[in-house]
Ligand binder design. Structure first.
Ligand code: SF4
Ligand code: SF4
Length: 473
C-alpha cells in the first residue's frame, strides 16, 4: 500500500522546513495558536521493536480479559447493574469497596515509584494513548507511506487518490476506535451482555449505545487529529513528572559532554553529534531532546534508536542519546536507594499489606439484623416477643444455605423463623423475620444477645449484636 518498505535513513521535508524546536514554545502549535500537524519519521531499532511487542501484549490483554472466565464470571467485570465487582475469581459488593481504596492508592504509589526510578516509563511503554497511537501510526504508514509521502498527501488537493487513501484510513481508524470502545463496555456488561446489546435494538439500552458512540467518536478524533496534543496539553501526569523525578531517575537524554560541540564528520574538535536532526524528525511530540529533558517527552525511545542508527553508520559507540540518569549523563555515580524511593516503597508496602489484610478478612456474607419497626416488644399472656428482620447477602457465586442461631438473651429464650437455615441464591440476598420469645417473668429490662449466621463451610460466621427488650421493672 505505501512505501514503508524503504527504510533508508533520510531527512524528511517536514523536518528540513520546520522551525527548529525551542524550549519556549510547543513545536506542534504555531505562533498564531493553530495546530501544526507533524508526521514523525519512521524509525527502527531494538527499543522500537520491544515497545511494539509490549504494546501488542497490552492490547491483547485488554481485549481478551473480559472473555476469560473465572468462577463463572469474566476475569474483570465491573457489574454496575448489580453493584458487584468480579476480579480474578473474587467478588466484591458495595460494602467491600473500602478494599478498592487500597488497590487504587497502591496503583498510584506504584506509578510514583516507577516514575522516580525510571522516569516516564509508563507514558512510553504502557499508557493506552501511546499504545493506541503507535498502532495508529503503523496503520497510517502502511496505508499512506513514510513521513515524506504522508506530508505530500497533506499538501495535495482532494484528488481521487487522496480521497481514497484518507477515506480508507478514517474508516479503519473508526473501526479500531469502535472495537476499543466495545471492549471497554464489555468490562461493564460482560461478553454475554454485549452480545445481547449488539443483537438487540439500541432503544433497549440507550445509555450504553450513547456511551459507546461518544467514546468511539472521542477516540476517532484523537486518532485523526488530536494525537500527541493529549500528552502535551491534557494529561496531568506529564506535569507531575517533574515533581516525581530527580537527578537519579532514569530518563531519555542526550550526552552533552560527548556530543558537543556539534559538527559534521571530520570537523576538527567536533563532538559525536553531527547535527543530522534525525532524533528530532522521529520524535512524535516534535521536540529536540538535545535541549534537555522536557515536559513533552513521553519517553518513547524513538530518538534513542534513531541516533544509535546514525552512530552505527558513523562507526561510533551507540548511546549518544540513551536511557540514563541526569547524574549518569554528568559522569556521576547513580544512587538507586534514596529518600523518595524509600518513602514510595514504604507507602507501597503499606498499601499492599492493608489490601492483603482486607482481602483475607473479606467475609463472603454480609448480614444485617434490625428490629421491625413499631413497638419494641409484644406481650402475649405470660410471654414476651421481639421480632427482627435478618438480611443475608451471599457474595459467593453459588447458592448457599446459611445456619442461623441465637446466643444470649433472657433466661428461657426461644426463637422461631429460621431454624431450618436460610437458602440464598448465588450473589443474591434474602430477608426473613425471626421472632424471639421469652417468659415474661424472666424478661424484665434489656438483655444483649447475638444472632449468628454461619456459612456452610462452618468457618465464615457473622455475629450481629442486638438486644431483647422486655417490659420495665
Ligand atoms: S540523531 Fe544523534 S547525531 Fe543526529 S542530531 Fe540527534 S543526537 Fe545528533
Ligand atoms: S524526545 Fe525522544 S523519547 Fe522523548 S518523545 Fe521525543 S522521541 Fe520520544
Amino acid at each position: 500500500m505505501g512505501t514503508h518498505g524503504r527504510r533508508r535513513t533520510r531527512f524528511t521535508p517536514r523536518a528540513m522546513s520546520a522551525p527548529a524546536p525551542t524550549l519556549d514554545s510547543v513545536t506542534t502549535i504555531n505562533p498564531d495558536g493553530s495546530r501544526r500537524f507533524i508526521h514523525p519519521a519512521d524509525v527502527s531499532g531494538p527499543w522500537t521493536r520491544w515497545r511494539g511487542a509490549f504494546g501488542l501484549l497490552i492490547l491483547a490483554v485488554y481485549v481478551c480479559l473480559p472473555w476469560i472466565t473465572i468462577n463463572g464470571f469474566p476475569a474483570v467485570f465491573l457489574d454496575l447493574a448489580h453493584r458487584q465487582f468480579h476480579f480474578f475469581g473474587l467478588t466484591f459488593v458495595t460494602q467491600d469497596l473500602w478494599v478498592a481504596f487500597f488497590l487504587i492508592s497502591g496503583l498510584g504509589f506504584t506509578l510514583f515509584y516507577l516514575t522516580a526510578l525510571a522516569g516516564r516509563i509508563w507514558c512510553g511503554w504502557a499508557c493506552p494513548q501511546t499504545v493506541y497511537l503507535d498502532f495508529i501510526r503503523r496503520l497510517e504508514r502502511w496505508l499512506e507511506g513514510d513521513a515524506p509521502a504522508r506530508e505530500r498527501l497533506d499538501r495535495m488537493s482532494w484528488t481521487g487518490e487522496k480521497l481514497r487513501k484518507r477515506g480508507t484510513k478514517y474508516v479503519l481508524f473508526f473501526l479500531f476506535a469502535a472495537l476499543l470502545a466495545h471492549v471497554f463496555l464489555t468490562y461493564y456488561v460482560s461478553p454475554a451482555g454485549l452480545k445481547a446489546m449488539m443483537t438487540g435494538p439500541p432503544t433497549r439500552h440507550w445509555g450504553s449505545f450513547v456511551f459507546v458512540f461518544l467514546m468511539t467518536a472521542a477516540m476517532w478524533f484523537d486518532f485523526v487529529w488530536f494525537r500527541e496534543q493529549f500528552c502535551i496539553v491534557l494529561c496531568p501526569y506529564g506535569r507531575l513528572q517533574s515533581a516525581l523525578i530527580d537527578n537519579d531517575s532514569v530518563v531519555i537524554g542526550y550526552d552533552v559532554k560527548r556530543g558537543e560541540p556539534r559538527g559534521k564528520k571530520g570537523t576538527e574538535g567536533a563532538g559525536d553529534c553531527i547535527d543530522c536532526r534525525r532524533c528530532v524528525q522521529v520524535c512524535p511530540t516534535g521536540i529536540d531532546i538535545r535541549q534537555g529533558l522536557q515536559m513533552e517527552c513521553i519517553g518513547c525511545a524513538a530518538c534513542v534508536d534513531a541516533c544509535d542508527t546514525i552512530m552505527t553508520k558513523l562507526e561510533r559507540p551507540r548511546g549518544l542519546v540513551r536511557y540514563d540518569s541526569t547524574n549518569g549523563f554528568a559522569g556521576k555515580a547513580r544512587r538507586i536507594l534514596r529518600p523518595r524511593i524509600l518513602l514510595y516503597t514504604a507507602l507501597m508496602l503499606l498499601g499492599a499489606a492493608a489490601m492483603t489484610y482486607g482481602l483475607s478478612t473479606l467475609s463472603p456474607i454480609t448480614v444485617s439484623c434490625t428490629r421491625v419497626q413499631g413497638v419494641p416488644f409484644v406481650l402475649d399472656g405470660a410471654t414476651v416477643h421481639n421480632e427482627f428482620l435478618v438480611r443475608v447477602l451471599n457474595k459467593r457465586n453459588q447458592p448457599q444455605r446459611f445456619t442461623v442461631t441465637v446466643q444470649g438473651g433472657p433466661p428461657g429464650l426461644t426463637w422461631s423463623g429460621l431454624q431450618d437455615g436460610l437458602e440464598v441464591r448465588a450473589l443474591g440476598e434474602e430477608m426473613r423475620p425471626i421472632v424471639l420469645t421469652a417468659p415474661r417473668a424472666t424478661a424484665r429490662g434489656t438483655f444483649p444477645l447475638e444472632v449468628l449466621v454461619t456459612a456452610p463451610n462452618g468457618r465464615d460466621v457473622v455475629k450481629k449484636k442486638v438486644s431483647f427488650v422486655g417490659p420495665g421493672n
